[in-house]
Design a protein around this ligand. Structure first.
Ligand SMILES: O=C(O)COP(=O)(O)O
Ligand SMILES: [Mg+2]
Length: 226
C-alpha cells in the first residue's frame, strides 16, 4: 500500500517466537526432556529453530520424525501432551526478549497504540511466557495457536486479534519473522507488514510480499508513521 494514502496505524500485532522472544533454548530443552523419556537421541538448537513456526503439534511431529520416526497416532498425541506439560511448566528459564523489545513496546503503548500478540504457540505457554518476561501488561489482546480452528498462515487468528483490539486491518500493522506472518497478515488485509531480521525464518525474507525489514526492533516506532 502507498504509505502516503495509508490511514494512521492504531494497532500493532506481534508474532511471538523469533520476533519478541528468543525461545529456542526452552523449546529445545523441553524437546530433549521428552526425547530422553522416550530413550531417543537429543536434537540441537539449529534443528529446533528450523522446526518452529507451525505450532507445537508440528514441532513435536518434526522432533519425533528427526529422532527415529513418527510413532502411532495415539503415541504421537501422548508425546504432544507430555511435551506441552514439560514446556508449559517453565517456558522462560532459557528465553529472553530480543534487544529493544521491552523499551519499544513501552514507547508504543505510551503513544496510545493498541498492542496485541498473534502466535502459533499454544495459549497456556504464551500467557506464562509473556508474564515471566514482564511484558504481559503491554498487550490488550493475545491469541495463540489453539485460539481458533486455524493458525497462521491462515488470516483467522490475525482477524480475531484485531477484532479483539477493536481496530480494522486497514489501520493495523503486523510485525513478524517468518513467511506465515506475511501470508496471514496479507490475507487479513493488514495495512503495514514489517519483518524483523533476526528471527526463525525458513525462507529468505527478501522474496516475501512484506513492506520492509526492520534493522532492529527499536526501529519500529519510526516505521509506523513513515
Ligand atoms: O509455536 C510456533 O511454532 C511459533 O510461534 P510464533 O507464531 O510465535 O512464531
Ligand atoms: Mg515467529
Amino acid at each position: 500500500m502507498d504509505p502516503l494514502s495509508r490511514r494512521p496505524i492504531r494497532a500493532v500485532a506481534f508474532d511471538l517466537d523469533g520476533t519478541l522472544v528468543d525461545s529456542i533454548a526452552d523449546l529445545t530443552h523441553a524437546s530433549n526432556a521428552l526425547l530422553a523419556e522416550l530413550g531417543r537421541p537429543p536434537v540441537d538448537l539449529p534443528a529446533v529453530r528450523s522446526f518452529v513456526g507451525d505450532g507445537a503439534p508440528k514441532l513435536v511431529e518434526r522432533v519425533l520424525a528427526a529422532t527415529g520416526g513418527l510413532p502411532s497416532p495415539d503415541e504421537a498425541a501422548r508425546c504432544l501432551r507430555r511435551f506441552l506439560a514439560i514446556y508449559e511448566a517453565d517456558p522462560s528459564a532459557r528465553s529472553a526478549l530480543y534487544p529493544g523489545v521491552a523499551e519499544t513496546l513501552g514507547r508504543l503503548a505510551e503513544a496510545g497504540l493498541r498492542l496485541g500478540v498473534c502466535t502459533n504457540k499454544p495459549m497456556a505457554a504464551t500467557t506464562r511466557l509473556l508474564d515471566d518476561l514482564g511484558i504481559a501488561d503491554r498487550f490488550a489482546a493475545v491469541v495463540g495457536g489453539d485460539s481458533y480452528p486455524t493458525r497462521k498462515p491462515s488470516p483467522e487468528p490475525v482477524l480475531g486479534l484485531l477484532e479483539r483490539l477493536g481496530v480494522p486491518p486497514g489501520e493495523a500493522a503486523f510485525v513478524g519473522d517468518n513467511e506465515h506472518d506475511v501470508a496471514a497478515s496479507r490475507a487479513a488485509g493488514v495495512a503495514l507488514v514489517l519483518m524483523v531480521p533476526y528471527g526463525y525464518a525458513r525462507v529468505p525474507l527478501d522474496g516475501l510480499p512484506h513492506d520492509g525489514i526492520l534493522e532492529g526492533f527499536a526501529d519500529l516506532p519510526g516505521r509506523l508513521s513513515a
